[in-house]
Design a protein around this ligand. Sequence first.
Ligand code: ADP
Ligand code: MG
Length: 203
Amino acid sequence: MNKVNDIRPVKNKLRKAAKEYRTALSKSEKEKLDRKIENKFLNMWQYREANTLLIYVSTDIEVDTTYIIKTALNDGKKVAVPKCIDGTRNMEFYFIDGFSRLESGTFGVFEPKTEECEKLEDFSNGLCVVPALMFDKAGYRLGFGKGYYDRFLAKFSGQTLGLCYNACLKDDLPHGKYDKRVEKLVTQSKIIITNEPKGGRTR
Ligand code: ADP
Ligand code: MG
C-alpha cells in the first residue's frame, strides 16, 4: 500500500473535525476572527507589494476572502480567481474586476465567468492565497480532498500563503508525496513563516 492511501482515512477524520469546528462558530464570532485575519493580511508587505493576487472566493465555512478581494481591487491590484476545469482536477485563474464577474460554479463555489474575463498566464510574481480546512506549522495543508491546489502549486512559482483560524492550525498534519506547503500562515493572532526551522517563526 502506498503512503498516500495510508493517510486518506486520517485526513478524512481531520476534515470532518475542521468542518464541525467551522460550522459551530457563531456568525458574530466568525466575523470577529475574520476581521482580525483580514487586517493582518492586508498589512503584510507580501500583500502590499503584490501586483497580482490569486485568491479563491470563500464559502460560508472558510475565512472570509470577499473583503480582501474588494480591498485588493480598490488598491489597484490585479485579482485572479480560480476556475475548476470540468472533467479534470486542474484549475485556471481569471482576472475579475468586481463580484459581478462571478457565478456559482463547481462544488457551489463562486468562480469567474470565463467568457467575460481575461485568463492569467504569467504566474511568476503572483501572491496565491491557498485554501485549506487545516494547516500545520510547517505550512502543510488539508484541503477539501480533491488535490486541486496540490496540482496547481506543483507548477506555481510565486508566493503562497494561507488564512487560518488558530483552532485549525495543528502541530503536524499527515502529508503525502503530492502535498504542497504554503510559505506563510495568517491566523487571528499571528503570522507564521513556515520555512523557518522548528516549524516556523511566529510574530
Ligand atoms: P487535498 O490536498 O485537497 O486535501 P489530497 O491531498 O488528499 O487532497 O489529494 C487528493 C488526491 O489527489 C490524492 O489522491 C492525491 O494523491 C492526488 N494528487 C494530488 N496532487 C497530485 C498531483 N500533482 N498529481 C497526481 N495526483 C495528485
Ligand atoms: Mg493535499
